[in-house]
Design a protein around this ligand. Sequence first.
Ligand SMILES: Cc1cc2nc3c(=O)[nH]c(=O)nc-3n(C[C@H](O)[C@H](O)[C@H](O)COP(=O)(O)O)c2cc1C
Length: 343
Amino acid sequence: MKTPVAEHLISGDLTPSLKPLSIGGLEVGFPVTLGALAGYSDLPYRLLCRSLGAPYCVTEAMLDRQVLAQGRLKKRLVATDPSDHPVGGQIMGHEPEVMAQAAAALDAMGFDVVDLNFACPVRKVVSRGRGGALMKEPEAALTIVRAVIEAVPHKPVTLKLRRAFHEDGRTAEDFWRIARGAFEAGASALSVHARTVERKYSGRADWGFLAALKREFPDRTILGSGDVMKPADALRMIEETGVDGVLAARGAIGNPWFFRQARDLAAGREPYLPPLDEQREMIERHYGLLCEFYGQGRGFKKIVHTCLQYAKLHPRRTDLRNALVAAKTEERWRAVLDAFYAF
Ligand SMILES: Cc1cc2nc3c(=O)[nH]c(=O)nc-3n(C[C@H](O)[C@H](O)[C@H](O)COP(=O)(O)O)c2cc1C
């Protein structure tokens, strides 16, 4: 899978106030990265983001058993590419041995980092003791962390956490048990979404929590997540909280230029705004990669869905979204693109 990388975008661009990010022994560089996004941070999108300056990307959360299974689903989930590095493979599960085996499998496949998901708030996941459920089970979480680190002693192991499970503070201390225990066990970094599991995606992320976390662990690597909707938010998060890196998530869906824009801002330039013809070209390129990766039928469904997100860069976003929702065939979809992205 090929995407040309614009070299000028991935050089330099660090102001003195922005320190290069590293995770364990892995040098990432520019500290604004693409976070894990189920349904979005697949190989095609990671490649597009990298071509526009994303220095590090994480796969979507994969069940440990999926990573160990055979078949097409697993192949797509774990697919990487020589130009898709450094890349973190994120796994989710509740059995330490299975998580350890999945981590070893990711290591063998060439993933640069193993990221453990203790953050997912989806009910089906939490009710099975996975993802965010581990935020209130610090001992179980740490048993997984230790087993995984033992299985991949030479690879950075990172954790994706929420700031707590419950909103009312009754399990707040569990976060600190997990954080301390994970670093003592040899974890390389914590990525923290500054909302509780209960909150899912609503309300404001608590950046004050990220600042407190960084104060508690000044010499450890912390990546912050939550409400990074615009590239300027990523730089502001670093400045206001002191985190070492940022995970762009919803803000980067449908905006692969996010990373170029963040680099522009960091270098004191106006953030690049892609003209409509370039937006259209990007959509076509994305569609081509999705078809290559998933086949034409699924590729089409995915691009139509993702176009609703690309629309946020369009001056007539509401009209465009309405037109996209009404376009059920590829022919109609193309007609909508022709009408809205005329060049
Ligand atoms: C559609 C979607 C899918 C997500 N999938 C994952 C995932 O697979 N693994 C994970 O750790 N976080 C996942 N997240 C959480 C994001 O990585 C991020 O932590 C969260 O959205 C907060 O950042 P934001 O407010 O800037 O979007 C997902 C978020 C969204 C919106």
